[in-house]
Write a protein that binds this ligand. Structure first.
Ligand code: ZN
Length: 79
């Protein structure tokens, strides 16, 4: 099995290793059978209730995920 690609910068929360990958917004076969072809977006809801679309349906974004605490970082600068 291939080794994961680990970024040079550690997790900002716990200092753990960040694995490089992508985050995707996509439906599943179960969702298609249950709800049909509905569009799904990833939303950010701030502490004041403001909402922002982070990723649109069918897109993907560069992402880093911490192996220790599970923190996920979307987009951003150099790994
Ligand atoms: Zn972490």
């Amino acid at each position: 099995m291939d080794e994961p690609t680990i970024t040079a910068k550690p997790c900002p929360d716990c200092g753990g290793r960040l694995e490089l990958g992508v985050a995707r917004v996509r439906g599943t076969l179960w969702g298609l059978l249950t709800f049909g072809l509905s569009r799904q977006h990833l939303w950010w809801v701030g502490s004041r209730g403001t909402e922002t679309v982070l990723m649109r349906s069918g897109t993907q974004e560069r992402a880093r995920r911490c192996e220790s605490c599970g923190l996920v970082l979307l987009g951003g600068g150099a790994p």
